[in-house]
Design a protein around this ligand. Structure first.
Ligand SMILES: Cc1ncc(COP(=O)(O)O)c(C=O)c1O
Length: 429
């Protein structure tokens, strides 16, 4: 019997009624080596997931970041079930909203006030609107990915459908390059500088503080997009880790162990503009079930040793990946980047093989070893030395096959599944 029979049946049905048969690009079947991956999940437990055919996978995707504590976490379940029995969205606010806002103000260094929304992109968009209203300026300088809204996706390669007039209002700057930022601040009347504070292997010494000085010198608001870095690297995010407070921050993904909630937070004078008519409002902003989940999640994240554990496992993995690259002399083909908490690999083409050929060999081999990973791993507290070892053994096997493919300049006999076929491809080989 086909290992993924039920998944494949469901996939065939969903492809007829839902583009890409997934609601997030990178969870689509096209992002995994065809025939090797399940598409539908039945349940999760700790750091493992079970697909609808009963196969178990060791999960390093963590739902693309939200699973900070672990699947099916009893304390989070209890909090959620308690609140489900009362209400989720109601006609008035829940007490949980007060408690969570107070909690975030206590743990996030820049947070004097908080506004809840749903997705990371809602939170970054809210922050940008607050900055534009405050400065009376339109131009935004950004570095990183900030979600699907026009102001940010319009400035990326994937800008189809965004009017040119909107696209012209946002410009990209290079991370870790102060000269580039300064030049763009000089050339434009900038409302906001927004960046993911941790990209690739992290900020250079003093970089974030210098970005803050520069933004302020030119009258711009500094926004940290901590949708990924918040709750993953430290409870208070990169601003706690590197000791630099932005004016505004966006949190999302990891706030509630998989429940949908995000937040914009920051300086009181900026946030109070919402009372003066800067429009930040959504029907489900006060949804109380994710708030219950978030409070329970934070209680676990606050336990002593939580982040030390993540760093220890992540360091073992990052060092192990690099050792595999060195062992197979793949430095020109595989790059390792990231801090231990969130790190991974990217691929370059070699000979006649494209980067997607190489990535397909990686994806197939990891899946065959029972590991679900999307090139860059996320960790939760259930990943231990044992799981790190399983990941590294699979990585060793994947890199040995990549070495063979590169030497043979061919995938024959190596890639038996289908190639990964992302919607957005790099313009290089
Ligand atoms: C840094 C960053 N900001 C914003 C977003 C957008 O978050 P969401 O997809 O929840 O809207 C993402 C999503 O991947 C992200 O990685």
């Amino acid at each position: 019997m086909d290992r993924f029979e039920r998944s494949e049946q469901l996939l065939a049905r969903e492809r007829k009624v839902s583009p890409l048969a997934a609601q997030t690009y990178s969870k689509s079947y096209r992002y995994f080596s065809g025939g090797c991956a399940p598409s539908y999940m039945d349940h999760g437990e700790g750091c493992y997931i079970y697909d609808v055919d009963g196969n178990r996978f060791l999960d390093f995707m963590c739902a693309l970041g939200p699973i900070t504590v672990g699947y099916n976490e009893p304390a989070v379940n209890e909090a959620v079930i308690r609140q489900v029995g009362k209400f989720s969205s109601g006609s008035l606010q829940s007490e949980l909203e007060v408690r969570l806002a107070e909690k975030l103000c206590a743990i996030i260094p820049c947070a004097e006030m908080v506004r809840f929304v749903k997705n990371g992109g809602d939170a970054t968009t809210a922050a940008v609107r607050l900055a534009r209203a405050y400065t009376g300026r339109d131009i935004v300088l950004m570095s990183g990915y900030h979600g699907m809204h026009d102001w940010s996706i319009g400035a990326s390669e994937n800008h189809k459908g965004v009017p040119e007039a909107v696209r012209n209002l946002t410009k990209n700057f290079e991370y870790n390059d102060l000269g580039d930022l300064e030049e763009k601040l000089k050339e434009n009347e900038v409302a906001a500088v927004i960046l993911e504070p941790i990209q690739s292997s992290g900020p250079k010494d003093g970089y974030l503080a210098a970005v803050k000085d520069l933004a302020h010198r030119f009258g711009a608001i500094l926004i940290f997009d901590e949708v990924v870095s918040g709750f993953h690297y430290a409870l208070g995010g990169a601003q706690e880790l590197f000791g630099v407070k932005p004016d505004l921050v966006a949190f999302g993904k990891g706030m509630a162990n998989g429940y949908a909630i995000s937040a914009v937070a920051g300086r009181r004078d900026l946030m109070e503009q919402i009372e003066q008519g800067v429009f930040i409002s959504t029907t489900f902003g006060g949804d109380s079930v994710p708030m219950a989940a978030s409070l329970a999640t934070i209680e676990i994240l606050e336990q002593p040793g939580f982040y030390e554990h993540i760093v220890r496992i992540g360091t073992m993995m990052r060092d192990g990946i690099q050792a595999c690259v060195d062992r197979y002399h793949l430095q020109d083909v595989v790059s390792v980047s990231g801090m231990p908490q969130h790190c991974g690999v990217s691929f370059e083409g070699a000979g006649s093989l494209s980067y997607l050929d190489i990535q397909s060999v990686y994806s197939q081999t990891m899946l065959q070893a029972g590991i679900l990973v999307f090139a860059i791993y996320f960790l939760n507290r259930h990943h231990t030395e044992k799981e790190a070892q399983m990941y590294l053994e699979a990585t060793d096997r994947a890199f040995s096959l990549i070495r063979r493919a590169v030497d043979a300049d061919s995938l024959e006999g190596i890639l038996t599944g289908g190639k990964v076929d992302p919607v957005f491809k790099r313009n290089i080989k």
